[in-house]
Design a protein around this ligand. Structure first.
Ligand code: NAD
Ligand code: DAU
Length: 349
């Protein structure tokens, strides 16, 4: 089977690519990524020489490029993760999110449909999305697969639009699709603009840790390898045309999470207890900041037998250890040096 994974050089995509390349040596895995600021091929340095792995540098916004690679490689399935993924960037530049998340997704759907139309039933388009499409919760309740869409940031509006297009191609053209909507991921390879890796970097370097507003917003956190395992389960066992919510059953107020992180890092760095909490700095709130996300994953758990494999304390501890052991990765990302990796490893081939 030839599987095209888009966005495989990013945070979640790199874990999905590694899982598929190592678990399914009989599959040919193609990683399509145009290496935006969030794409880092060093995330996959341990598997880049595998025979069943191919990196393709290209942009999903370019239909001619997609046409060429579908023609050449004859993919059987697509797992689509490529996206602009950061809410704060979407507030600063919404159009970039429309191009990649909406137009890029429709380009992929069009190309897949064109190339698969003689035997649609033998193919699969799996779209990876977010719980943010469901909007914001109050103190109570959970997002289910039936919750009406209510996106409130430019990022979530673009992801909601892409989800609608994927379902429209299923209903209108019969394209075999699956979707999943996941809560906040954390773990190795997370770009240090997002809350947890940014806080780890700042605590390590004794810099202020910015907490938006009063830190009372709630997110559900899932270890990224558990998300990759869920994608594997849904890809292989999920029903065509269906959506699966993925979450960690693990809600945290931002301030509580940051205090836990400070305490874990004090212990690991040999600092006096409470030292890193002094770095916590309340800053101006995010515009339109969604109060609470919480997700009901019972469909995925009951029908496909998936469950998170680590507690939050374990996952966070593993994550902190990874960042402390991989200071070169972090320094390369924060300095911009990671961009040279592609030139060094790939352009001379
Ligand atoms: P990321 O920003 O770390 O990675 C995105 C990847 O897509 C990067 O490698 C980037 O280079 C690539 N990319 C961006 N634009 C592209 C384009 N036009 N053509 C080709 N490649 C392009 O994102 P992530 O956090 O790994 O998220 C992956 C997917 O999962 C996204 O679709 C996101 O919406 C979704 N998701 C993320 C989370 C989360 O907590 N991070 C949770 C739920 C869903
Ligand atoms: O829910 C899934 C989504 O989770 C994904 O679809 C997105 O791609 C991913 O980026 C993430 O979105 P969030 O906006 O929830 O993640 P972020 O890490 O940016 O912020 C988490 C919370 O922490 C949020 O309430 C805002 C807050 N925050 C964030 C940053 C970067 C801070 O308080 N300080 C910060 O510096």
């Amino acid at each position: 089977m030839k599987v095209l994974i888009t966005g495989g050089a990013g945070f979640i995509g790199s874990h999905v690519v590694r899982l598929f390349v190592t678990k399914y040596p009989e599959y040919q895995i193609f990683n399509l990524d145009n290496l935006t600021y969030a794409g880092n091929l060093a995330n996959l340095s341990d598997i880049e020489e595998r025979e069943n792995y191919t990196f393709l540098k290209g942009d999903i916004v370019d239909p001619a490029y997609l046409e060429g690679i579908f023609e050449e490689h004859k993919f059987d399935s697509v797992i689509h993760l490529a996206a602009e993924s950061h809410v704060d960037r979407s507030i600063a530049d919404p159009l970039a999110f429309v191009y990649t998340n909406v137009i890029g997704t429709v380009n992929l759907l069009n190309t897949a449909r064109k190339h698969w139309k003689t035997n649609l039933q033998d193919h699969l388009f799996y779209h990876v999305s977010t719980d943010e499409v469901y909007g914001s919760l109050g103190e109570e309740g959970l997002f289910t697969e039936e919750t009406a869409y209510d996106p409130r940031s430019p990022y979530s509006a673009s992801k909601a639009s892409s989800d609608h297009f994927v379902r429209a191609y299923y209903h209108t053209y019969g394209l075999p699709v699956k979707l999943s909507n996941c809560s906040n991921n954390y773990g190795p390879n997370h770009f240090p603009e997002k809350l947890i890796p940014l806080a780890i970097y700042n605590i390590q370097n004794e810099r202020p840790v910015p907490v938006y507003g009063k830190g009372e917003n709630v997110r559900d956190w899932l270890y990224v390898l558990d998300h990759a395992r869920a994608i594997d389960d849904i890809f292989h066992k999920g029903n065509i045309g269906e959506t699966y919510n993925i979450g960690g059953v693990n809600e945290w107020r931002n301030i509580d999470l940051i205090e836990l992180l400070c305490d874990q890092m004090d212990e690991k760095l040999g600092r006096p207890t409470g030292e890193s909490r002094k770095l916590i700095t309340f800053v101006k709130d995010r515009a339109g900041h969604d109060l609470r996300y919480a997700i009901d994953s019972s469909k995925l758990m009951n029908e496909l037998g998936w469950a998170p494999s680590v507690t939050f304390e374990q996952g966070l501890s593993k994550t902190v250890d990874w960042y402390l052991e991989n200071t070169e990765w972090l320094n390369n990302v924060t300095s911009g040096n990671y961009k040279a990796y592609y030139e060094q490893q790939y352009t001379h081939r």
